[in-house]
Design a protein around this ligand. Structure first.
Ligand code: HEM
Length: 209
Protein backbone atom coordinates (compact mmCIF):
# COMPACT_ATOMS: atom_id res chain seq x y z
CA UNK A 1 0.00 0.00 0.00
CA UNK A 2 1.54 3.31 -1.06
CA UNK A 3 1.61 5.94 1.64
CA UNK A 4 3.40 9.08 0.66
CA UNK A 5 2.78 11.84 3.17
CA UNK A 6 3.51 15.43 2.17
CA UNK A 7 6.55 17.11 3.73
CA UNK A 8 4.24 18.71 6.31
CA UNK A 9 2.54 15.40 7.17
CA UNK A 10 5.92 13.64 7.45
CA UNK A 11 7.02 16.47 9.78
CA UNK A 12 3.94 15.93 11.93
CA UNK A 13 4.54 12.17 12.11
CA UNK A 14 8.13 12.86 13.14
CA UNK A 15 7.02 15.35 15.81
CA UNK A 16 4.47 12.84 17.16
CA UNK A 17 7.14 10.11 17.37
CA UNK A 18 9.52 12.56 19.06
CA UNK A 19 6.94 13.17 21.80
CA UNK A 20 5.92 9.49 22.07
CA UNK A 21 9.56 8.48 22.52
CA UNK A 22 9.68 10.57 25.71
CA UNK A 23 6.66 8.80 27.24
CA UNK A 24 8.70 5.90 28.76
CA UNK A 25 10.99 8.40 30.49
CA UNK A 26 8.04 10.49 31.70
CA UNK A 27 6.42 7.30 33.06
CA UNK A 28 9.57 6.29 34.94
CA UNK A 29 9.88 9.77 36.47
CA UNK A 30 6.18 9.89 37.37
CA UNK A 31 6.11 6.44 39.00
CA UNK A 32 9.27 7.25 40.96
CA UNK A 33 8.14 10.68 42.17
CA UNK A 34 4.72 9.42 43.21
CA UNK A 35 6.30 6.59 45.19
CA UNK A 36 4.52 3.85 43.25
CA UNK A 37 7.58 1.63 42.81
CA UNK A 38 8.84 -1.00 45.20
CA UNK A 39 12.34 -1.00 43.68
CA UNK A 40 12.68 2.34 41.84
CA UNK A 41 16.43 2.04 41.18
CA UNK A 42 16.11 -1.41 39.62
CA UNK A 43 13.02 -0.32 37.68
CA UNK A 44 14.81 2.68 36.16
CA UNK A 45 18.05 0.82 35.36
CA UNK A 46 16.12 -1.96 33.66
CA UNK A 47 13.59 0.36 32.01
CA UNK A 48 16.28 2.51 30.41
CA UNK A 49 18.15 -0.66 29.31
CA UNK A 50 14.97 -2.03 27.72
CA UNK A 51 14.29 1.21 25.85
CA UNK A 52 17.88 1.39 24.56
CA UNK A 53 17.31 -2.06 23.09
CA UNK A 54 13.87 -1.16 21.66
CA UNK A 55 15.28 1.94 19.94
CA UNK A 56 18.13 -0.14 18.56
CA UNK A 57 15.48 -2.41 16.99
CA UNK A 58 13.40 0.55 15.71
CA UNK A 59 16.47 2.20 14.17
CA UNK A 60 17.57 -0.98 12.42
CA UNK A 61 14.00 -1.65 11.24
CA UNK A 62 13.81 1.59 9.22
CA UNK A 63 15.78 0.39 6.18
CA UNK A 64 14.05 -3.02 5.85
CA UNK A 65 10.61 -1.43 6.36
CA UNK A 66 11.39 1.25 3.82
CA UNK A 67 12.57 -1.25 1.23
CA UNK A 68 9.70 -3.67 1.74
CA UNK A 69 6.94 -1.03 1.88
CA UNK A 70 8.54 1.47 -0.54
CA UNK A 71 7.74 4.17 2.05
CA UNK A 72 10.88 6.15 1.36
CA UNK A 73 9.92 8.93 3.76
CA UNK A 74 10.64 6.55 6.66
CA UNK A 75 14.32 7.39 6.24
CA UNK A 76 13.55 10.80 7.75
CA UNK A 77 12.89 9.06 11.08
CA UNK A 78 16.11 7.05 11.26
CA UNK A 79 18.45 9.65 12.74
CA UNK A 80 15.93 10.63 15.42
CA UNK A 81 15.37 6.98 16.40
CA UNK A 82 19.13 6.39 16.53
CA UNK A 83 19.60 9.44 18.74
CA UNK A 84 16.87 8.20 21.05
CA UNK A 85 18.75 4.88 21.29
CA UNK A 86 21.80 6.87 22.40
CA UNK A 87 19.72 9.03 24.75
CA UNK A 88 18.22 6.03 26.59
CA UNK A 89 21.66 4.34 26.55
CA UNK A 90 23.15 7.41 28.19
CA UNK A 91 20.37 7.47 30.83
CA UNK A 92 20.93 3.74 31.40
CA UNK A 93 24.65 4.30 31.90
CA UNK A 94 24.09 7.36 34.11
CA UNK A 95 21.63 5.47 36.33
CA UNK A 96 24.27 2.76 36.74
CA UNK A 97 26.94 5.35 37.58
CA UNK A 98 24.59 7.14 39.94
CA UNK A 99 22.54 4.44 41.67
CA UNK A 100 25.15 1.67 41.71
CA UNK A 101 28.26 3.79 42.34
CA UNK A 102 27.18 7.26 43.49
CA UNK A 103 29.37 8.80 40.76
CA UNK A 104 32.52 7.12 42.09
CA UNK A 105 34.20 6.60 38.72
CA UNK A 106 36.99 4.41 40.12
CA UNK A 107 34.47 2.04 41.72
CA UNK A 108 32.49 2.03 38.48
CA UNK A 109 35.59 0.98 36.51
CA UNK A 110 36.21 -1.89 38.92
CA UNK A 111 32.64 -3.07 38.42
CA UNK A 112 32.83 -2.68 34.63
CA UNK A 113 35.97 -4.84 34.57
CA UNK A 114 34.74 -7.37 37.14
CA UNK A 115 31.32 -8.24 35.74
CA UNK A 116 31.45 -9.46 32.13
CA UNK A 117 27.84 -8.51 31.33
CA UNK A 118 28.63 -4.93 32.32
CA UNK A 119 31.91 -4.95 30.37
CA UNK A 120 29.99 -5.92 27.24
CA UNK A 121 27.24 -3.31 27.82
CA UNK A 122 29.88 -0.68 28.42
CA UNK A 123 31.68 -1.50 25.15
CA UNK A 124 28.35 -1.33 23.28
CA UNK A 125 27.63 2.07 24.81
CA UNK A 126 31.12 3.46 24.05
CA UNK A 127 30.71 2.34 20.43
CA UNK A 128 27.43 4.26 20.25
CA UNK A 129 29.19 7.55 21.05
CA UNK A 130 30.92 8.09 17.66
CA UNK A 131 27.66 7.25 15.90
CA UNK A 132 25.76 9.87 17.91
CA UNK A 133 28.53 12.46 17.45
CA UNK A 134 28.64 11.98 13.68
CA UNK A 135 24.87 11.98 13.20
CA UNK A 136 24.60 15.62 12.08
CA UNK A 137 24.49 16.68 8.42
CA UNK A 138 27.68 18.70 8.96
CA UNK A 139 29.51 15.57 10.16
CA UNK A 140 28.23 13.48 7.26
CA UNK A 141 29.62 16.16 4.94
CA UNK A 142 32.90 16.40 6.80
CA UNK A 143 33.51 12.65 6.82
CA UNK A 144 32.20 12.05 3.32
CA UNK A 145 29.37 9.61 2.59
CA UNK A 146 31.55 6.50 2.19
CA UNK A 147 33.57 6.99 5.37
CA UNK A 148 30.41 7.88 7.29
CA UNK A 149 28.76 4.68 6.07
CA UNK A 150 31.77 2.60 7.10
CA UNK A 151 31.78 4.14 10.56
CA UNK A 152 28.08 3.53 11.00
CA UNK A 153 28.56 -0.17 10.21
CA UNK A 154 29.79 -0.43 13.79
CA UNK A 155 26.11 -1.01 14.53
CA UNK A 156 26.76 -4.60 13.32
CA UNK A 157 29.04 -4.95 16.35
CA UNK A 158 26.83 -3.00 18.79
CA UNK A 159 23.72 -5.14 18.16
CA UNK A 160 25.33 -8.52 19.06
CA UNK A 161 27.06 -6.91 22.08
CA UNK A 162 23.68 -5.58 23.29
CA UNK A 163 22.19 -9.08 23.01
CA UNK A 164 25.19 -10.65 24.76
CA UNK A 165 24.82 -8.08 27.57
CA UNK A 166 21.14 -8.94 27.94
CA UNK A 167 21.79 -12.70 27.66
CA UNK A 168 24.53 -12.67 30.29
CA UNK A 169 22.37 -10.63 32.64
CA UNK A 170 19.50 -13.12 32.34
CA UNK A 171 21.82 -16.16 32.52
CA UNK A 172 21.84 -15.97 36.34
CA UNK A 173 18.15 -16.85 36.36
CA UNK A 174 18.28 -19.13 33.30
CA UNK A 175 15.69 -16.90 31.69
CA UNK A 176 16.66 -16.65 28.04
CA UNK A 177 13.27 -16.04 26.40
CA UNK A 178 13.64 -12.27 25.94
CA UNK A 179 17.30 -12.31 24.82
CA UNK A 180 16.39 -15.01 22.26
CA UNK A 181 13.41 -12.99 20.94
CA UNK A 182 15.49 -9.81 20.59
CA UNK A 183 18.44 -11.78 19.19
CA UNK A 184 16.20 -13.20 16.46
CA UNK A 185 14.69 -9.77 15.67
CA UNK A 186 18.07 -8.01 15.48
CA UNK A 187 19.64 -10.93 13.60
CA UNK A 188 16.88 -10.84 10.98
CA UNK A 189 17.12 -7.04 10.60
CA UNK A 190 20.90 -7.18 10.16
CA UNK A 191 20.80 -10.16 7.79
CA UNK A 192 18.30 -8.36 5.54
CA UNK A 193 20.67 -5.41 5.29
CA UNK A 194 23.64 -7.68 4.53
CA UNK A 195 21.63 -9.47 1.83
CA UNK A 196 20.59 -6.21 0.14
CA UNK A 197 24.10 -4.74 0.36
CA UNK A 198 25.55 -7.88 -1.27
CA UNK A 199 22.89 -7.91 -4.00
CA UNK A 200 23.71 -4.27 -4.75
CA UNK A 201 27.45 -5.04 -4.92
CA UNK A 202 26.84 -8.02 -7.24
CA UNK A 203 24.58 -5.89 -9.51
CA UNK A 204 27.19 -3.10 -9.60
CA UNK A 205 29.96 -5.59 -10.49
CA UNK A 206 27.78 -7.08 -13.26
CA UNK A 207 27.10 -3.58 -14.68
CA UNK A 208 30.85 -2.87 -14.89
CA UNK A 209 31.55 -6.11 -16.79
C1 HEM B 1 23.90 -0.41 23.92
C2 HEM B 1 24.06 -0.44 25.24
C3 HEM B 1 23.17 -1.17 26.21
C4 HEM B 1 22.00 -1.85 26.01
C5 HEM B 1 21.21 -2.05 24.71
C6 HEM B 1 21.57 -2.37 27.30
C7 HEM B 1 20.42 -3.10 27.53
C8 HEM B 1 20.06 -3.62 28.73
C9 HEM B 1 18.90 -4.44 28.95
C10 HEM B 1 17.88 -4.81 27.88
C11 HEM B 1 18.86 -4.75 30.28
C12 HEM B 1 17.84 -5.66 30.96
C13 HEM B 1 16.58 -4.95 31.32
C14 HEM B 1 15.54 -5.92 31.85
O1 HEM B 1 15.84 -6.74 32.73
O2 HEM B 1 14.39 -5.86 31.37
C15 HEM B 1 20.00 -4.15 30.91
C16 HEM B 1 20.30 -4.23 32.25
C17 HEM B 1 21.38 -3.66 32.83
N1 HEM B 1 22.41 -3.00 32.20
FE1 HEM B 1 22.47 -2.50 30.24
N2 HEM B 1 22.51 -2.00 28.25
C18 HEM B 1 23.49 -1.28 27.62
C19 HEM B 1 24.60 -0.72 28.21
C20 HEM B 1 24.89 -0.77 29.54
C21 HEM B 1 25.99 -0.08 30.20
C22 HEM B 1 26.95 0.88 29.51
C23 HEM B 1 25.94 -0.42 31.51
C24 HEM B 1 26.84 0.01 32.62
C25 HEM B 1 28.10 0.31 32.45
C26 HEM B 1 24.83 -1.32 31.72
C27 HEM B 1 24.46 -1.85 32.92
C28 HEM B 1 23.31 -2.58 33.16
C29 HEM B 1 22.85 -2.99 34.47
C30 HEM B 1 23.55 -2.72 35.79
C31 HEM B 1 21.64 -3.66 34.27
C32 HEM B 1 20.68 -4.20 35.34
C33 HEM B 1 21.13 -5.49 35.88
C34 HEM B 1 20.22 -5.98 36.99
O3 HEM B 1 19.20 -5.36 37.29
O4 HEM B 1 20.57 -7.02 37.54
N3 HEM B 1 24.20 -1.51 30.50
N4 HEM B 1 20.71 -3.47 29.95
Amino acid sequence: MAFNPSTRQAGLIKAAIFVLALVPLARMVYLTLTGQLVEPLEFITRGTGDWTLYFLCFTLAVTPLRRLSKWNWLIKLRRMLGLYMFFYGLLHFMTFLWFDHFFDVQEMWKDVLKRPFITVGFIAFVLLIPLAVTSTNAMVKRLGGKRWQWLHRVIYVIAPLAILHFWWMKAGKHNFTQPIIFGVILGALLLMRVYWARSKAVAAAAAVR
